[in-house]
Write a protein that binds this ligand. Structure first.
Ligand code: OGA
Ligand code: MN
Length: 299
């Protein structure tokens, strides 16, 4: 059932725990303050907002992002749109409109987003949210999964909550490269901004909602500080398996010109594999800069 959340916006939940569809707003035109506030409230409540039928330009996409805060420039040079550095090209098609061969560095790097992750967890101040525009989409795979990390934390048993409460994790951008067997073999692994490893708490407090949630990002998590490697890895793997159980996850099947905006502080996402050799999939993303280092839940 659609409910009205302001004069013009219509909100429909897509999943009991995460994700709401929003209609009644045109993202091609600048958001007025009242609409911005309603959207922000809905975003905090539902963690991810889905806006169908928004065929907007990159310029409008960037302007939309800027209404919510500053934008990151992605560390991978090869994935920045040549006309707009703020656009991160999530695509198996290059700017000359050619399919990218699967072994090529640009695709190997991007395809690591098929693993569960949160965007920019490799930064000292990770991203607050991302806004992704599906330009050429497929529904033969290529669905995006989003997990609610508040619910995942809440559902942990008491012993595990106690065990993890003061733990910190090392996150490293280079770990992404090490996960690709193809990239690991290569001399040239691509050009990236210099990003030293960082340390984040395993349980954080969301700066706006003040609720506790897990901070997991499997594609950058190297190990747990102070734990023996195998023990740390097995704890992380157990938490990842728990947090990605179907009950916490919304699966988005894309339609062309869906725009999805998610909160990187309380969700994780992954992409379901698709036939990237034969099927084109082009998405443009803007990434909202974070405003604070993750706040440890138990200082
Ligand atoms: C992203 C990402 C999702 C997708 O844009 O951050 O991980 O559906 N991709 O391609
Ligand atoms: Mn991502």
């Amino acid at each position: 059932m659609a409910t009205s959340i302001s004069v013009q916006l219509e909100l429909t939940k897509r999943h009991p725990l995460i994700g709401a569809e929003i209609r009644g707003v045109d993202l091609a035109t600048p958001l007025d303050d009242r609409t911005l506030e309603s959207l922000h409230d809905a975003w905090m409540e539902h963690l991810l907002l889905i806006f169908p039928e928004q065929d907007i330009s990159d310029e409008a996409h960037i302007a939309l992002g800027r209404r919510f805060g500053e934008l990151e420039i992605h560390p991978s040079l090869a994935h920045r749109a040549s006309q707009h550095r703020e656009i991160y090209r999530v695509s198996n098609v290059d700017e000359q409109d050619n399919l990218i061969p699967p072994k090529e560095t640009a695709w190997q790097y991007l395809s690591q987003s098929w693993r569960w992750h949160t965007d920019s967890s490799f930064r000292e101040v990770p991203s607050k949210g991302s806004i992704l525009h599906g330009i050429e989409t497929t529904n033969a795979g290529g669905n995006t999964l989003f997990a609610n990390m508040y619910a995942a934390y809440d559902a942990l048993d008491g012993d595990t909550k106690e065990q993890i409460k003061s733990l910190w994790v090392i996150h490293d951008h280079d770990y992404i490269l090490s996960l690709s067997p193809e990239l690991s073999k290569k001399q040239n692994q691509g050009q990236y901004d210099d990003l030293p490893p960082v340390k984040h708490p395993l349980v954080q407090i969301h700066p706006v909602t003040r609720k506790r949630c897990l901070l997991l990002s499997p594609h950058t998590m190297v190990n747990i500080v102070g734990m023996e490697e195998a023990a740390g890895r097995s704890l992380l793997d157990r938490l990842i398996a728990h947090a990605t159980e179907a009950r916490f996850v919304y699966r988005h099947v894309w339609e062309p010109h869906d725009i999805i905006m998610w909160d990187n502080r309380c969700t994780m996402h992954s992409v379901e594999p698709f036939d990237n050799v034969n099927i084109r999939r082009i998405m443009h993303r803007v990434t909202l800069s974070g405003e604070n280092k993750p706040i440890p839940a138990f200082a």
